[in-house]
Design a binder for this molecule. Structure first.
Ligand code: DGJ
Length: 742
């Protein structure tokens, strides 16, 4: 898969569906040559060579450099920028060798070593490819081989050079609290488009992922180049287009307010930036990324449990009695994991106090936490707990004893957000405190799941126990320390699953997902809003990693009213959870919920492990649809979720064409109904949605598919299925199973 052509001085990385080629030109510059459909590396040889345009420009080969060190004639976003002890700020990196290694699991790694001509510094450019994946894992290792300090002003993970395209359309996500993962795309013009976080964590305002296509790629077709960075702190991805029409995407740890002093003999490892090329559109890109996460990133291989979380039911008002009542109801509807959220510790009766004091509140739990845990376990569920270890309320015993443990500048006010400050977790005392209290909590109680939250950004980035000339290391030290804490806890408690949460989806990235089994994408649990949040999430991250809760009929976010079925369907497209106050649900609602949970468990292997297809063909009719395909016990299986936002002017819906099936197989298709189910949403104003008949399809359920229909994969994909959706916020779930000939 990885080869070096000694005669032509070409490196090539080939996967089943892509080639990536770069070489050493006559000036010794490591020049990117090709990335796209498979080609023979030798055919790229004519592309190698430097060209100069004018004395005002960099040599054009440097615009396509594999690792763009800053020095000499280079004006694009650099991948490495340093400051030497003598004030010199210039690099001249020359090729110094390479090696290709193969691990037992088939992973191949290429390491190309560049060395500065005059100063003792090496950059190791590392490329990893895994069998069966059209992805390249890149990062860099910067090594100080001398006996003086060198300051890294910027050390990026990788620069991805794009081929010449007619247009460069950049797709990315943007967002905000309660509105994360919103897709955006726009053509790049000359200059830079910067996606970044400066807030101390991954951030819900942007996510470290990009995709570029020629402007014509769809879900099903077209060439897409993409990359996802695994870093949970300040990051930066710069898509830069030159006046010569070249586009390079550089990414890694944000260099803003950041420096790292590399002492004699020390190494600095940048985070992994995974890049890929997909010839089958955005859908193929996402499926490739999902499979990579399932096979090589996510720590837990098991199916994720159906969870119940008590946050929206009780907020801070938790006590043993109410939580036990909730647990009984959660078990009744089929939850497998009961998670108590914020409010169980210290003086935490609101968000103004107690954060940092991780002892069980004796008034709320007079018999200790184990009374609740025991009950939950007796009910057949696992127990999970919420923590926010990186933050502290000033009104807490922890802060009163250690006011200097938080990031701050001595001469400045400490900005409080949600009445809390951020702990300097790279301080060994703080780190020890967190590992100790977490170990005590997980060691003394039967806890199987931790929801790790973080509800504010970092401000006043000053560390009290760190040298003044190294204060800008904070952003990196926080993330590294966080990873070390999670790694240590996972090592000590291998049976505990973790969820990453940061006031919603502000810390979801390939770095965090190495430690977290699942992620909380947003505090917005409105089932309709969630569809676009979940869709944006799915461009990069896998459905199994996405926790989705069913909450109340009237959304606390926006007062939107939706049916139980709709809310369940929306949440069933990822890892299902329930976050409503079940103590107030009627018997009938509980029964319907139990039936829907049971359905989810039936289709869970497909949702959590199958290939996901976003069906966007009926978006203009306000239909969202997503399909999962995989192998079931009886052959190939699939499920389809479809959601109608708002029907207008009596319009019926065209058929929806499915994807991913075998055209020559025959499939049985039927609607997954819940017997006796009653919509609790639309009934609010007494109107039941069984209106007129359109095209012989009655509008109150998937009548056609309910009578198991048999169709060929070809028919399902070319002609499509009926969608008897009506009114506002209607939804359906179809199950599609291969029909085996007797
Ligand atoms: C923010 C999270 O996103 C919520 O789910 C909840 O855990 C609260 N924090 C608790 O304070």
């Amino acid at each position: 898969m990885i080869q070096f052509d000694t005669d032509r001085r070409l490196f090539s990385i080939s996967t089943a569906g892509s080639s990536y080629v770069f070489g050493l030109n006559e000036k010794g510059v490591l020049q990117h040559l090709y990335w796209g459909d498979p080609v023979a590396a030798a055919d790229c040889a004519p592309l190698l060579g430097s060209r100069l345009h004018s004395s005002f420009d960099a040599a054009l080969d440097r615009d396509a450099e594999e690792f763009a060190y800053w020095g000499g004639l280079s004006y694009m976003e650099p991948t490495l920028k340093v400051r030497w002890h003598d004030g010199v700020r210039d690099l001249r990196m020359a090729y110094a060798g390479h090696r290709i290694e193969r691990a037992d699991d088939g992973k191949e790694t290429l390491t190309v070593v560049l060395r500065d001509e005059a100063y003792p510094l090496e950059a190791h450019l590392i490329y990893g490819v895994r069998p069966g994946h059209d992805l390249i894992e890149r990062h860099a290792l910067i090594v100080n081989t001398g006996d003086r300090d060198v300051v890294l002003e910027s050390a990026q993970s990788a620069a991805w050079s794009l081929p010449e395209l007619r247009d460069y359309r950049l797709t990315h996500v943007t967002g905000k609290w309660a509105g994360e993962f919103q897709l955006r795309s726009a053509s790049l013009t000359e200059g830079k488009k910067v996606l970044e976080s400066r807030r101390g964590f991954t951030d819900g305002h942007a996510n470290p992922w990009f995709a570029i296509d020629e402007g014509t790629a769809t879900e099903e077709s077209g060439k897409v180049w993409f990359g996802a960075l695994g870093w949970s702190g300040n990051w930066k991805i710069v898509a830069e287009k030159t006046a010569f029409g070249r586009v390079r995407v550089t990414g890694g740890i944000n260099d803003f307010d950041s420096e790292w002093t590399l002492g004699p003999g020390e190494r600095f490892e940048t985070p992994s930036f995974v890049g890929g090329y997909a010839a089958g559109g955005f859908g193929a890109m996402s499926r490739g990324l999902h499979r990579y996460q399932y096979e090589h990133v996510s720590p837990g291989r098991d199916l994720r449990k159906v969870l119940y979380n008590s946050w929206e039911a009780t907020y801070f008002d938790v006590n043993a009695k109410d939580q036990i009542a909730l647990a009984e109801r959660a078990a009744m509807v089929g939850a497998e994991l009961f998670v108590i959220d914020d409010g169980w510790f210290g003086q935490r009766s609101h968000d103004r106090a107690g954060l940092g004091d991780w002892t069980v509140n004796a008034e709320k739990f007079p018999n200790g936490l184990d009374e609740l845990i025991g009950k939950v376990r007796d009910l057949g569920m696992a127990f999970g707990i919420w923590v926010e270890p990186e933050a502290v309320n000033p009104d807490s015993d922890l802060y009163r004893s250690h006011p200097d443990w938080v990031y701050h500048f001595p001469t400045r006010a400490r900005t409080e957000l949600r009445n809390q400050l951020v702990l300097d977790i790279s301080n060994p005392g703080v780190k020890g405190y967190i590992v100790d209290f977490m170990s005590k909590l997980l060691g003394e109680h039967d806890i199987a799941f931790v929801k790790w939250d973080m509800n504010r950004t970092i401000t006043e980035p000053g560390m009290q126990d760190h040298p003044l000339n190294r204060q800008k290391e904070l952003w990196i030290r926080h993330v590294r320390s966080l990873y070390e804490i999670w790694a240590e806890l996972r090592r000590r408690f291998p049976g505990v699953a973790f969820e990453t949460c940061a006031g919603g989806g502000s810390r979801i990235d390939l770095g965090m997902l190495r430690y977290a089994d699942q992620a909380w994408p947003s505090d917005n649990t409105d089932a309709f809003d969630r569809l676009s949040i979940q869709e944006g999430f799915s461009y990069v991250y896998a459905p199994k990693l996405m926790t989705c809760w069913v909450t109340e009929a009237v959304s606390g976010m926006n007062k939107r009213v939706t049916s139980l079925k709709y809310r369940f369907h929306s949440a069933m497209t990822g890892t299902l959870g329930i976050g409503a106050n079940l103590n107030e649900w009627s018997e009938e609602q509980l029964r319907e919920a139990a039936a829907l949970v049971a359905q989810y468990k039936e289709i869970r292997p497909l949702v959590q492990g199958g290939r996901q297809y976003r069906l966007r063909a009926l978006e203009h009719k306000s239909v969202d649809a997503v399909q999962y395909v995989g192998a079931g016990d009886m052959g190939e299986e699939s499920v389809l979720f479809a959601f109608l936002h708002a029907q207008k002017l009596g319009d019926g819906l065209p058929r929806l064409r499915l994807q991913g099936l075998d055209p020559d197989k025959r499939y049985e298709i039927y609607g997954m109904e819940v017997d006796g189910a009653k919509d609790d949403g639309p009934e609010v104003d007494g109107v039941k949605g069984d209106g007129a008949e359109i095209d012989g399809v009655k509008g109150d359920g998937p009548e056609v598919e309910r009578a198991k229909d048999v169709r060929s994969g070809r028919a399902l994909m070319r002609i499509g299925v009926e969608l008897p959706l009506r009114g506002d916020f209607d939804s359906l779930l179809y199950r599609i199973r291969e029909l085996r000939q007797p």
